[in-house]
Structures are given as structure tokens and as C-alpha cells.
Design a protein around this ligand. Structure first.
Ligand SMILES: Nc1ncnc2c1ncn2[C@@H]1O[C@H](COP(=O)(O)OP(=O)(O)OP(=O)(O)O)[C@@H](O)[C@H]1O
Ligand SMILES: [Mg+2]
Length: 262
């Protein structure tokens, strides 16, 4: 798998202080996300999903907390823009479904019309696809259909990355309380675009990886200790507790949603 690299834009300039290693001042393109009335917990949820994904070694575009000098009290999430290496990656976020594609098998999930593209993705990247799908079940992310990109052509280099976890964790429900309730339930979610396409072994490995995550790692990813947007430290601790319990439900969730969808 190619290392994800991020898009440098503009010119580089000298750092004001002399660098012994010839470091230069540069800029990376980012997608900037903020909390809004529709989703007042998005920044926190993006940030924490991203931190967990990095601990777990997942192919998720790296994102960081960001603020500007005009509104420094406003926290934002900056998703570092992945450079596509000049290859033709399939962009599930923008592509149009192929009108000549054969119909998806009866009962298969095909909400966005990318059944065959997801099938190719899972066949080409069985391990990474399973890692992302199991992670989505853990963080309560029902929004993967249009938030993934990857090289599907056999001739191209291996590139796959996921992005946009803004509707997961404390944003997976109508509000914070509803989200915590959903995360506490093994009945949620019910769908995933990779359902029926993944291997038992690959999914099982990921369940084990999440369950092996040390408490200190989970705590440091989830509990920031300061308010982030509208999310208070107490809410962060509640999320830690619910996710800690939820990982014990993952085997059941994987079986029901990914391996044996009805
Ligand atoms: N880190 C990134 N690298 C490359 N492309 C990105 C990155 N972040 C965002 N994008 C592109 O910008 C689009 C919008 O970003 P994102 O999905 O995070 O926002 P959104 O407001 O949640 O959008 P939507 O509601 O359509 O899902 C993505 O669908 C994707 O095409
Ligand atoms: Mg999106």
C-alpha cells in the first residue's frame, strides 16, 4: 500500500529562523470542517475518529485540530488533502454510477449505485477494506458510501483511503444523547456498503485489534480534557465508556452486518 501523502500547494519560502536541515515553510491543502446547527459535535467526532484510526493504523486521511487568527475560539477540523500520486483513483465521493453496470445481486446493498466498485475495492484490498468496515461499526459510521477513494484499476499502484467521519461517534445520532444511546446498542448500525464482501479472517483480525487497544490509547484519543466545540470533558468520558463497552459487541455486529447480512 502506498504511503498516503498530502498535497503541498504554493511556493516554499525560507523559515525566518535558520534551519540546520534546510527545512522550508510550505502549505498543505486541507478540507476545513466546522460545527454547525445541523451537526454541533462534528469537529470533536472527526478529531477523535481520526485519532483512533491513527492508533489502529488505518488508511484514513490524517486530520488535525485547526484554528485561525480571526476566530481563534472556534475549533475546526482540517482534513489533510491526499495527493493522488497522479493516478486515476476511483472517487466514490464524486463519481456517477455506471449506467451499463449489471444489476447488483438480489438483496445486496446498493444505495449509491456503486455495488460493483465496492466489490472490486474489497477484492483488491481485502485487509484494509475489512479494517475500515469493522472500524465503521465500532464508531457508528453509516456514512462510508461516499467517503472513500481508491485505485481500482489492476494496473495502477495500491492506493486506498477513507475520509469524513463527521457523522460518527457523538454525531451518529440526532444529538449527543441519541448518539450515545445508539453506540450503546448492538442493533445499530444495520447497513454498510461492504456488507457480504469481506472475509471472516480479515474482519476477525480487526475485531481483535480494536479489543487489544490499550485503555491509555483509547483515553488519550477520546478524552481531550478541554471542551471541544459543544463537547464537554464529561461527554468525552461518557464516550470513552460507551466505546469501551461497544468493542465487546463487535463480534456480534460484524457477524450480523458484514458477514451474514439478511
Ligand atoms: N483529506 C482529503 N483528501 C482528499 N479529498 C478530500 C479530503 N477531505 C475531503 N475531501 C473531499 O472533499 C469532499 C467533502 O469533504 P467531506 O466529505 O469531509 O465533507 P462533508 O461536508 O461531510 O461532505 P458530505 O456531506 O458530502 O459527505 C469529500 O467528499 C472529498 O471528495
Ligand atoms: Mg463526505
Amino acid at each position: 500500500m502506498a504511503i498516503l501523502s498530502y498535497l503541498l500547494v504554493g511556493d516554499e519560502s525560507d523559515l525566518t529562523q535558520k534551519s540546520t536541515t534546510e527545512a522550508r515553510l510550505g502549505q498543505i491543502q486541507v478540507a476545513v470542517k466546522r460545527d454547525g446547527d445541523q451537526n454541533p459535535t462534528q469537529v470533536y467526532s472527526e478529531l477523535v475518529s481520526n485519532r483512533l484510526a491513527q492508533f489502529l493504523g488505518l488508511p484514513v486521511a490524517l486530520g488535525v485540530a485547526a484554528r485561525d487568527s480571526i476566530n481563534p475560539e472556534l475549533s475546526r477540523f482540517a482534513s489533510l488533502w491526499v495527493a493522488d500520486h497522479g493516478t486515476r483513483i476511483f472517487d466514490f465521493t464524486e463519481a456517477e454510477p455506471d449506467p451499463d453496470a449489471p444489476p447488483a445481486p438480489a438483496g445486496a446493498y446498493n444505495e449509491t449505485g456503486f455495488y460493483w466498485e465496492f466489490k472490486r475495492l474489497c477484492d483488491r484490498y481485502p485487509m484494509e477494506a475489512a479494517q475500515l468496515a469493522v472500524f465503521d461499526l465500532w464508531i457508528g459510521n453509516e456514512d462510508r458510501d461516499l467517503n472513500i477513494k481508491g485505485q481500482l484499476d489492476e494496473s495502477g499502484p495500491n492506493i486506498l483511503f477513507a475520509l469524513d467521519q463527521g457523522n460518527a461517534l457523538l454525531s451518529c445520532g440526532a444529538d449527543l444523547k441519541d448518539s450515545l444511546g445508539k453506540l450503546g446498542s448492538s442493533g445499530f448500525p444495520n447497513i454498510h456498503p461492504m456488507m457480504g464482501m469481506l472475509g471472516h479472517f480479515e474482519c476477525g483480525e480487526m475485531v481483535e485489534r480494536i479489543n487489544a487497544l490499550p485503555d491509555w490509547a483509547m483515553l488519550s484519543a477520546i478524552v481531550c480534557g478541554v471542551q471541544v466545540g459543544s463537547v464537554l470533558p464529561d461527554n468525552q468520558y461518557e464516550l470513552y465508556e460507551v466505546l469501551d463497552e461497544r468493542r465487546k459487541l463487535l463480534r456480534e455486529l460484524v457477524q450480523r452486518v458484514l458477514l451474514a447480512p439478511s
